[in-house]
Design a protein around this ligand. Structure first.
Ligand code: MG
Ligand code: MG
Length: 249
């Protein structure tokens, strides 16, 4: 069931979203060659807890980190580690969730480490734009897959692969609520969008093939061809006009 949030619930989700955005703001200037993914995780957790919130992911399904840190061919759910040291030219997707007074915010961003290749730069730019193409369609009166289709069309026009195994989702009191929001598909199908719905839209785009596999740690998803992958996500509120981004400062 897709819930409509009250004004009070939206206010709490705005604050959860602000804290997630603040954590992203902090790590943006922190990510550089020599930093470990554990360093990033600790910074994220500190920002969240300093703002009277709780990391959404820590312990979720047994996940050990406060952030998911996915480097290069890793698509999502990379586990923070003191042994993963970032190098010049890497890209890293950092997914952050925070719970404020019982409500979640969820946002992912892919960051360059030092100087990255032109090809990697394009992947990041296109994946980010595919999120915003989806957000343009996220308004009351449209159907869920209008978002999906806009994302897919943009990313595939560059020859990239859209990940199928992981999707966006509703969120609120729970990190994952109905509906599931695929990043591909024909337009005009699925849930009718209504003002007051809160959704996390999150394209994962591979430079090569769309297929992924999960490593033996049972978390880390990687591209099957070993090529780079990027991930951008915002939590949003559906309105009658343009959606409102909740995971923004
Ligand atoms: Mg996320
Ligand atoms: Mg999410």
């Amino acid at each position: 069931m897709v819930t409509i949030k009250s004004k009070r619930e939206v206010e709490l989700m705005r604050e959860a979203g602000r804290i997630v955005a603040l954590a992203h703001h902090e790590i943006k200037g922190f990510i550089k060659p020599g930093v470990t993914t554990m360093d990033i995780d600790q910074l994220v957790e500190r920002v969240i807890r300093d703002n009277n919130a709780i990391p959404s992911f820590k312990g979720y399904g047994g996940f050990p980190g406060s952030a998911c840190t996915s480097v290069n061919k890793q698509v999502v759910h990379g586990i923070p580690s003191a042994e993963v040291i970032l190098k010049d030219g890497d890209i890293i997707s950092v997914d952050i969730g925070a719970i404020y007074k019982g409500y979640h915010g969820d946002s992912a961003w892919t960051y360059p480490v030092g100087t990255i290749s032109k090809e990697a730069e394009l992947l990041l730019a296109v994946t980010k734009q595919s999120l915003f193409e989806g957000l343009k369609m996220a308004k009351a009166g449209n159907r869920l897959t209008d978002i999906s289709h806009a994302i897919q069309t943009h990313a595939e026009s560059f020859g990239y692969g859209i990940v199928r195994e992981f999707v966006g989702h509703g969120l609120g009191k729970n990190l994952h609520e109905d509906p599931q929001i695929p990043n591909y598909g024909l337009p005009g199908k699925g849930t009718l969008l209504k003002a007051g719905m809160t959704l996390a839209i999150e394209p994962m785009v591979n430079m090569g093939r769309k297929e992924v596999r999960v490593l033996k740690d049972n978390w880390t998803a990687v591209t099957i061809d070993g090529k780079l992958s990027a991930h951008y996500e915002h939590s949003i509120l559906i309105t009658k006009g343009d959606c409102i981004i909740l995971t923004a400062l």
